[in-house]
Design a protein around this ligand. Structure first.
Ligand SMILES: C/C=C/C(=O)SCCNC(=O)CCNC(=O)[C@H](O)C(C)(C)COP(=O)(O)OP(=O)(O)OC[C@H]1O[C@@H](n2cnc3c(N)ncnc32)[C@H](O)[C@@H]1OP(=O)(O)O
Length: 259
């Protein structure tokens, strides 16, 4: 199910979602709803283990919310948009497989927040990132104030959010905002290679591990540690558990059924 503004391509066990809303791949109610629906459909597709999110064109990953939407100063629009942003990006965060942002250009505001909702971020050397909402009298309402600080610490999060500092890919890498910098035009290939690596792991085990990491992030270690033990045992209800161990012992590649 492809949509005009969030294009979908499947390659093996990986889905590529391309934000396509020229000129700057901005977010509107429609593009956010399309993203949410695409991720929900991928979540239900047992053959998909990873998704890669990128932007169409060479200049923009995404410049964030379409600022035309907020020009009238309508509070009802603000309430609706913040809900739609939250629903879309939380659905992405909760994707059962691994999500990888291939940042191919400017990632600004909600364009960086969507990358923060992914599990892994790879950026091209020319990419630039910012949460510049306050510069236009707004604030990051799609997870940015929380997720950025969790990744890079409060100091850099404050520089980026309170001072509006825009950073380049090499700086983003040095502060831990992205995991890798690649050459211009190479982010999609790199993300696909990582997604292929994901496909070598048991998808159920990956999904449980992700749940546990999220639990540690949003909850506390006292509830995450017993859950770790519980999900470890629960893996033994799956075919993939016996398949994984026996494939190793028989010196062959595992064939996952995602169950
Ligand atoms: C909860 C979430 C909230 C938010 O996300 S609020 C929005 C946060 N994002 C921003 O503030 C970024 C705004 N954009 C920019 O600052 C600049 O762009 C860039 C620095 C990223 C690039 O600058 P340059 O290279 O000079 O390109 P250009 O001419 O500004 O952009 C090309 C076309 O794209 C339109 N555009 C860019 N960003 C947005 C946007 N966020 N909303 C609406 N339009 C946007 C421009 O206006 C222009 O259009 P035309 O060619 O018709 O003049």
């Amino acid at each position: 199910m492809s949509s005009a503004q969030i294009k979908l391509e499947k390659r093996g066990h990986t889905a590529i979602l391309t934000m396509s809303n020229p000129p700057a791949n901005t977010w509107t109610k429609e593009t956010l709803t399309a993203l949410k629906e695409q991720v929900e459909a991928l979540n239900a597709d047992k053959d998909i283990f990873a998704l890669v999110l990128t932007g169409e064109g060479e200049k923009f990953f995404s410049a964030g919310a379409d600022l035309n939407v907020f020009a009238s100063g309508d509070k009802g629009v603000a309430a609706q948009m913040s809900q739609v942003f939250g629903a879309a990006f939380e659905t992405l965060s909760d994707f059962r497989g691994v999500s990888i942002a291939a940042i191919n250009g400017f990632a600004m505001g909600g364009g960086l927040e969507v990358a923060l909702a992914c599990d892994i971020r790879i950026a091209e050397e020319q990419a630039q990132m910012a949460l510049p909402e306050a510069k236009v009298g707004l604030l990051p309402c799609a997870g940015g104030t929380q997720n950025l600080a969790l990744l890079v610490g409060e100091g850099w999060a404050k520089r980026m959010i309170l001072c509006g500092e825009r950073i380049k890919a090499d700086k983003a890498h040095s502060i831990g905002l992205i995991e890798e910098v690649v050459g211009s035009g190479e982010s999609l290939d790199k993300a696909l290679a990582l997604a292929e690596q994901v496909g070598e792991q048991s998808p159920v085990a990956v999904s449980y591990c992700k749940t546990l990491i999220q639990q540690g992030r949003h909850g506390d270690i006292r509830s995450a540690l017993p859950l770790e033990r519980e999900l470890f045992v629960k893996l033994f209800d799956t075919q993939d558990q016996t398949e994984g161990v026996n494939a190793f012992l028989e010196k062959r590649k595992a064939k996952w059924v995602n169950g």
